[in-house]
Design a protein around this ligand. Structure first.
Ligand code: UDP
Length: 350
C-alpha cells in the first residue's frame, strides 16, 4: 500500500480499544484514518486522528457513502461484538454483526473497487485445539472455537478468503492473543463495559477502585498452576495492522497471521507485576476455574515476522502494565473514570 497515493483508510470500529490505537498509528505514518463506528461500545472521545462517520457495519448505504466521501482505498475492519459470554446467549446477534456485517462491508468494497482489507480476528479461532497444553500455536493449528464468538471470527475469515479468490481482493486476518496496555500518551486506553480482562481488573483492585480480584484456577498444568496467556501491547498490535496494510500481497491473496509475542505469562506473574507497578499488592482471592479457559494460549509469532516484518517492541509485561496503570489512574473516557479526581481530562474534538 503506497502511502503517497492511497492515504485514506476506513477503520471500522475505530472508536474502540484496538481501533483507536490503530487510527493513531495510521495517522503517525501519514495515512488518514476515517473512523466508522456506531458508538455502541466505542467512544467518540477516542476518535482524534481523522474524520469520524457515525454508522453501523450492516448499513450498506452509509458504508458506501463514507468510502465515497473520503476516497477510501483500503479498510481495517474491527467493528464487531466481542464478549464471549454474551455470544453464548445471543449467537444470532453475533452472526448478524460479525458475519453478515463483514459480508456487507465486502460487498461495498467490491462495488467501490476497494481491494485491500485487514481483518480483526482472534486466537479464539483455535479454542482448546488438540495441541499439548504448553505448546505455542502456529496459524495452521487445529481450529476449534469454544464459543459462538470464535465461530463468527473463523466464519468471517473463511468468507473473506473465498471472496479474495473470487473477486481479487487481498486480505490479512490478524489473530490477536491478549491485547493489553494503553497508548503512552494517556489519551486512549482500554474501556470495556463490563470489564472482564485480567490487567484492568487487577489494576482496579490494586488502586482500591474495584473489587478484589478473583484468580480463576490455580490447579492448571502450568509452571505455577495459573493460566498462561500471551499479552501483547496494544501499540504493537496497532503497528501490526499498519504492517498488514502495507504487506506486499498478490491480488487474490488471503493470509491469517498470529499477533503475539511467543511468551506466556501466568496470572500470578501479572498480579505480582501490577502490585510492583502500583506500589500496592493486588487484593485477590483464589477461585474456581472459569468455564472454557484453556491452561495456555501462546502464539507462535514467526509468520508475522516473515510476512509482515513485524515484531513486538513494547510488550514486556512491565511496559504493558506501566502503560495500563497510567491510563487506569486517569482515563479520558469510559464509565470507570478512575482518576483520582474522578474528572474527565479535557477533550479534543476533531
Ligand atoms: N483471569 C482471572 N481473573 C479475572 C479475569 C481473568 O484469573 O478476574 C484470568 C483468566 O482465567 C485468564 C487470564 O486471566 O487465564 C486472562 O483472562 P482475560 O479475560 O484477560 O483474557 P482471555 O485470555 O480470557 O481472553
Amino acid at each position: 500500500m503506497d502511502r503517497g497515493t492511497t492515504p485514506a483508510v476506513l477503520v471500522t470500529g475505530g472508536a474502540g480499544y484496538i481501533g483507536a490505537h490503530t487510527a493513531k498509528a495510521l495517522h503517525e505514518l501519514g495515512f488518514v484514518p476515517v473512523v466508522y463506528d456506531n458508538l455502541i461500545s466505542g467512544f467518540r472521545e477516542a476518535v482524534r486522528w481523522g474524520p469520524f462517520v457515525h454508522g453501523d457495519i450492516r448499513d450498506r448505504a452509509a458504508l458506501g457513502e463514507a468510502m465515497e466521501t473520503h476516497g477510501v482505498k483500503a479498510v481495517i475492519h474491527f467493528a464487531g461484538l466481542i464478549e464471549v459470554g454474551r455470544s453464548v446467549a445471543r449467537p444470532d446477534l453475533f452472526w448478524d454483526v460479525n458475519v453478515a456485517g463483514t459480508t456487507c462491508l465486502l460487498t461495498v468494497m467490491r462495488e467501490r473497487g476497494v481491494g485491500r482489507l485487514v481483518f480483526s480476528s482472534s486466537a479464539a479461532v483455535y479454542g482448546q485445539g488438540g495441541r499439548g497444553a504448553l505448546e505455542t500455536i502456529p496459524e495452521h493449528a487445529e481450529k476449534a472455537p469454544a464459543s459462538p464468538y470464535g465461530d463468527t471470527k473463523l466464519a468471517a475469515e473463511w468468507m473473506i478468503q473465498a471472496q479474495c479468490r473470487a473477486y481479487g481482493l487481498s486480505a490479512v486476518a490478524l489473530r490477536y492473543f491478549n491485547a493489553a496496555g494503553a497508548d503512552p500518551s494517556g489519551l486512549i486506553g482500554e474501556a470495556h463495559e463490563p470489564e472482564t480482562h485480567l490487567i484492568p481488573l487487577a489494576i482496579a483492585a490494586a488502586l482500591g477502585d474495584g473489587k478484589p480480584l478473583t484468580v480463576f484456577g490455580q490447579d492448571f498444568d502450568t509452571p505455577d498452576g495459573t493460566c498462561l496467556r500471551d499479552y501483547i501491547h496494544v501499540s504493537d498490535l496497532a503497528a501490526a495492522h499498519v504492517a498488514a496494510l502495507e504487506a506486499d500481497l498478490p491480488v487474490g491473496a488471503f493470509e491469517a497471521v498470529n499477533v503475539g509475542t511467543g511468551q506466556g505469562r501466568s496470572v500470578t506473574e501479572v498480579v505480582e507485576t501490577v502490585g510492583r507497578a502500583a506500589g500496592r499488592a493486588v487484593p485477590h482471592s483464589l477461585g474456581a476455574r472459569r468455564a472454557g479457559d484453556p491452561p495456555s494460549l501462546v502464539a507462535d509469532p514467526r509468520r508475522a515476522l516473515e510476512l509482515l516484518r513485524w515484531a513486538p517492541r513494547h510488550s514486556s509485561i512491565d511496559e504493558i502494565v506501566a502503560d495500563a496503570l497510567r491510563w487506569e489512574r486517569n482515563p479520558c473516557y469510559g464509565s470507570g473514570l478512575r482518576g483520582s479526581t474522578g474528572r474527565r481530562k479535557s477533550q479534543i474534538v476533531v
